[in-house]
Design a protein around this ligand. Structure first.
Ligand SMILES: Cc1cc2nc3c(=O)[nH]c(=O)nc-3n(C[C@H](O)[C@H](O)[C@H](O)COP(=O)(O)OP(=O)(O)OC[C@H]3O[C@@H](n4cnc5c(N)ncnc54)[C@H](O)[C@@H]3O)c2cc1C
Length: 451
């Protein structure tokens, strides 16, 4: 038997929950079908052994991420500044250099070359229209090459190339050789500039949530009550001009419109009757998810702070290339968070638990000395293993996809609308983009329903 409603939303991540909240606020009923037994999607906050909330998924929020900031404030979730005081660590060629100020600093030639490259990327990014990247004057040449081929052609300094590869990996969880240059420029523009992507103070890593990022979705879902159905993976969507019937395990929902608030790759796993037009179906075959493993090491206290270190480390030797101080606002326990991304994340899945532990601790000891090798707890989460994420931080566009399929990203198909951070124009791939996409999809549906 199918339950009737106005709008069925697929996915209870930030995008889907925000869309449902907007619809309900406008007097339109909604049912949210969520595959997992929890809400929040790519946000996941679990207590460590001592109860400290650990964000295994998204965690940071920064300036201009106004929609996630407003949403968090509206549900009483508060923020604090990421710990950023002390000397940063630059690990190159077997040596840990302590740096007061901006990285990289070890080689002035490399720092200068990197500055020039970033200025050039920012200038090119400014020419990418956020609503339609494929209409940029140089869209075709930019979408016909990878970020790696651009680096090889334009950045002579080997050290600068290595840094930029690390920066892209830690932003998009993919290798520079996998990313369309046009997509790379779109992401830079969508964030407001390269610095906004990589900086802590003034950038995307500036603040964290006291209660953990997932608490925003949990509070949204509480307010939506029985409208949110967990453990209901959507398998099939039947649609025509009069409406949709969405079939999930154990649930069938009939509605006038549907919002699919899942990444394109996961939207492509659903069976559509009639099948979707080729331009939409093929888009979903071409936007793979990034590869990332997030690791947390917990200590009695943040011992690196006593050594005058900030806890931020960037190294040339994986698998953990980037580390931040992730201690709670109180400063206890001491927590380091590290990221394994791109090719290293793929290799990760083939290592034994013992090999993975050794690999992480070797990196942390390289950056912070022997005490880093003795955490009281070591936690890891590999997002490629998550059936209903398929990878993280987000779906990315390889060469040729924006120019061939870009228009299909948000274009509704009959009563079917698309949301999720991958569809955002501002802060695409981030929580803020997810919120904006949910708001946009709800507005689209309300307009279509004449509400
Ligand atoms: C390790 C990691 C670190 C990150 N760090 C940051 C950060 O610091 N700051 C930041 O802003 N962003 C960060 N991100 C990205 C951020 O998490 C995402 O941009 C955002 O959460 C995406 O929200 P969404 O609603 O678009 O998608 P999702 O959160 O993926 O929500 C989609 C939902 O749909 C469900 N679903 C999938 N398929 C089906 C189906 N067939 N039927 C029913 N339900 C289905 C999923 O279970 C999920 O709940 C990070 C992500 C990861 C994984």
């Amino acid at each position: 038997m199918s339950v009737p409603t106005d709008v069925v939303v697929v996915g209870a991540g930030l995008a889907g929950l925000v869309a449902a909240r907007e619809l309900v606020a406008a007097g339109v009923e909604a049912v949210v079908l969520e595959a997992r037994e929890r809400v929040g999607g790519r946000t996941l906050t679990l207590p460590a052994a001592d109860g400290t909330p650990i964000d295994h998924g998204a965690q940071w929020i920064g300036p201009t991420q106004d929609r996630i900031a407003a949403l968090a404030a509206s549900v009483g979730v508060t923020t604090y500044a990421t710990w950023d005081r002390g000397l940063h660590t630059e690990f190159r060629n077997g040596r840990a250099l302590r740096v007061d100020g901006r990285l990289p600093a070890g080689d002035p030639g490399t720092a200068a070359a990197m500055g020039l490259a970033i200025r050039e990327l920012d200038a090119m990014a400014a020419a990418v229209p956020l609503e339609a990247p494929w209409t940029a004057e140089r869209a075709l040449p930019w979408d016909s090459q990878t970020a790696e081929s651009w680096l090889q052609g334009r950045v002579a300094d080997e050290g600068a190339r290595a840094w930029l590869r690390t920066a892209l990996r830690s932003t998009l969880a993919a290798e520079a050789g996998e990313l369309s240059l046009l997509h790379t420029l779109f992401i830079i523009r969508s964030a407001g500039g390269f610095a906004q992507l990589i900086e802590t103070a003034g950038g995307a890593q500036e603040r964290r949530f006291h209660q953990g990022a997932q608490s925003i979705s949990i509070r949204l879902a509480e307010a939506l009550g029985e409208r949110v159905v967990l453990g209901a993976p959507v398998r099939a969507v039947r649609h025509d001009q009069t409406g949709v019937v969405v079939e999930a395990d154990g649930h069938t929902v009939a509605a006038r419109r549907a919002i699919l608030a899942v990444p394109p790759a996961l939207a492509g796993r659903v069976a559509y009757r009639p099948p979707l037009p080729g331009w939409r179906s093929q888009l979903t075959q071409r936007v793979p998810m990034g590869s990332v493993v997030k690791v947390h090491a917990l200590y009695e206290e943040p011992f690196w702070r006593h050594d005058g270190l900030s806890g931020l480390a960037v190294g040339d030797h994986g698998p953990v290339e980037v580390v931040y101080d992730n201690s709670p606002d109180s400063g206890t326990p001491g927590v380091l968070v590290g990221f394994v991304e791109g090719q290293d994340a793929r290799a990760w899945g083939r290592l034994s638990p013992g090999e993975r532990r050794t690999a992480v601790l070797e990196c942390l000891v390289r950056y912070f000395g022997e005490p880093a090798g003795r955490p009281r707890e070591l936690l890891e989460r590999s997002w490629a293993e998550e059936e209903y994420s398929g990878g993280c931080f987000a779906g990315y566009f390889p060469p040729g996809v924006w120019t061939s399929y870009g228009r299909a990203l948000r274009e509704p198909v009959g009563p079917l609308h698309w949301a999720g951070t991958e569809t955002a124009t501002v802060w695409n791939s981030y929580m803020d983009g997810a919120v904006r996409s949910g708001e946009r999809a709800a507005a689209e549906v309300l307009a279509a329903l004449g509400s």
